[in-house]
Write a protein that binds this ligand. Structure first.
Ligand SMILES: [Zn+2]
Length: 470
């Protein structure tokens, strides 16, 4: 049963520096018109893990592999074909067919087609009863209750469920249990919910109920394989079945906040919305809407999105955000939008260019102790400002896989060098495998495209690419 991390967490955002508007900004363009990336072209790696940013375990291979049955899903995105086959051919999209190209003559750079998420046995929570469970004394308790009620009535819910056979939320309930003062594992969380709802018929399980448990500040869950989830190092949230009658339980942990990032409430509701839509569309983590089994052997024979992030409808839009009313949600994968080749997540940001940074193949081979250069190409649906590109190791079979991204264009700001890209420009991911990595070792990298400050829309768009030792 895969559990679900909520998302990749990235902190470093470049200030609006592209136009040299900021003092202390230095833009370096090594070869502005070249499609080739000179080795060493960038001065230093803008490696998200080196920047110490990613709370969901990116950059820490131990968070992924080995833990496929329990940790794993940081969010996810796209990349290859949803049928589970690696899109090794890169099935480049016809640029002129992709959405939103508002600039006359603008050509969207080639990129592989997005995957599609399959229904499997179409097991969903329909209609879902949504029960918010909070710990007594949690200062955000009333906010979480109001959020889950707002979610159930939101346009966001109508939009993100429309393709998946999940309709209106049938009912919501608010449950306050005793104060949680020690780190709970899954058994303790289940038992906490069970005791908290006893005597409350409105919150009783009915086979289509999701119990959304909000852990209070200072309390970390215990992962059965990875251990204490300190600082959200393994996940921000996940969902699992609750009992054997078809019900689900989600959990959201309070995570470290980033300067300029979401508030404590926003951070929790983004994660909660991710887990709620995933529990509704794939309550048993495998029989509903998902791309495939993340713990399957030989992950390189499937889309890297699966091994990297697990491939449920929330995972594939990790890093996105949407505000409606007083609350912030994550955007959610849409097969229909993905088929258009542009922004694959809903609700759509009408009029805003979508941008990302792709690799032509899903997987590349690498030798133990060796490196491989993987060309990354920026693409956007319309003219937009340069964005910075980072890498993180989302998941791997062993520790020691690493990498660096180098771009011909870099921006230096307050001692940090950002690797920049844009539509049609290439960067290089220099991936490395640990010495002695046995045949069958693998890693999936997340390629993170982050806008400069002040650019409207999502904080991040993600791509995945894998390497394996033959
Ligand atoms: Zn997820």
């Amino acid at each position: 049963m895969p559990r679900h991390h909520a998302r990749v967490r990235l902190t470093v955002t470049i200030a609006a520096c592209g136009a040299l508007a900021l003092a202390g900004c230095t833009v370096t363009i090594d070869s502005p018109t070249s499609q080739d990336v000179p080795d060493g072209g960038g001065s230093s790696a803008a490696d998200a893990s080196a920047a110490g940013t990613d709370g969901s375990g990116g950059g820490t291979p131990e968070a992924g592999a080995g833990d496929g049955a329990s940790a794993g899903d940081a969010g996810g995105h796209v990349g290859t074909d949803g049928g589970g086959g690696v899109d090794a051919n890169g099935a480049a999209h016809d640029a002129s067919s992709t959405g939103d190209g508002s600039s006359a003559g603008f050509v969207v750079a080639p990129h592989p087609a997005w995957p599609q998420v399959g229904p499997n046995q179409s097991v969903v929570l329909q209609p879902m009863k949504l029960v918010a469970v909070v710990s007594s004394g949690d200062p955000l308790a009333s906010d979480f209750f109001a959020f889950t009620d707002a979610l159930a009535a939101s346009q966001w819910w109508k939009t993100v469920t429309s393709e998946y056979g999940v309709g209106t939320v049938s009912a919501t309930a608010h449950v306050t249990g005793p104060a949680i003062t020690t780190s709970p594992d899954d058994a303790a969380m289940d038992s906490y919910v069970q005791q908290a709802i006893s005597g409350m018929p409105s919150a009783a399980p009915n086979g289509k109920t999701l119990y959304m448990l909000f852990l209070p500040p200072g309390i970390a869950g215990i992962d059965p394989q990875s251990g204490l989830n300190t600082g959200c190092q393994f996940y921000a949230g996940y969902h699992v079945p609750y009992g054997t009658g078809g019900d689900s339980r989600g959990v959201v942990q309070r995570c470290p906040l980033q300067p300029g990032g979401p508030t404590e409430l926003q951070d929790a509701t983004i994660t909660a919305s991710h887990e709620i839509i995933e529990a509704a569309t794939d309550p048993a983590s495998g029989t509903g809407w998902n791309m495939g089994d993340p713990s399957a052997p030989q992950p390189w024979t499937h889309s890297p999105w699966i091994a990297g992030l697990q491939g449920e409808v929330g995972d594939l839009c990790t890093g996105t955000e949407w505000t409606e009313g007083s609350y912030t949600y994550q955007r959610v994968w849409s097969n229909a939008a993905a088929a258009g080749g542009g922004d694959p997540c809903k609700p759509a940001y009408v009029g805003l260019p979508y941008y990302n940074t792709s690799a032509a193949q899903g997987w590349y081979t690498i030798a133990a102790g060796g490196t491989v250069d993987i060309q990354l190409t920026g693409f956007s649906t319309a003219t937009t400002t340069d964005w910075s590109v980072y890498m993180t190791v989302l998941s791997s079979s062993a520790s020691g896989f690493d990498g660096t991204i180098l771009s011909p264009t870099t921006v230096s700001q307050q001692g940090t060098t950002f690797e920049m890209t844009n539509n049609g420009r290439t960067s290089t991911l220099k991936a490395s495998a640990p010495a002695g990595a046995p045949s069958g070792s693998w890693a999936v990298y997340g390629i993170e495209s982050v806008p400069q400050a002040g650019v409207a829309g999502d904080p991040q768009h993600l791509w995945t690419v894998g390497v394996h030792v033959p």
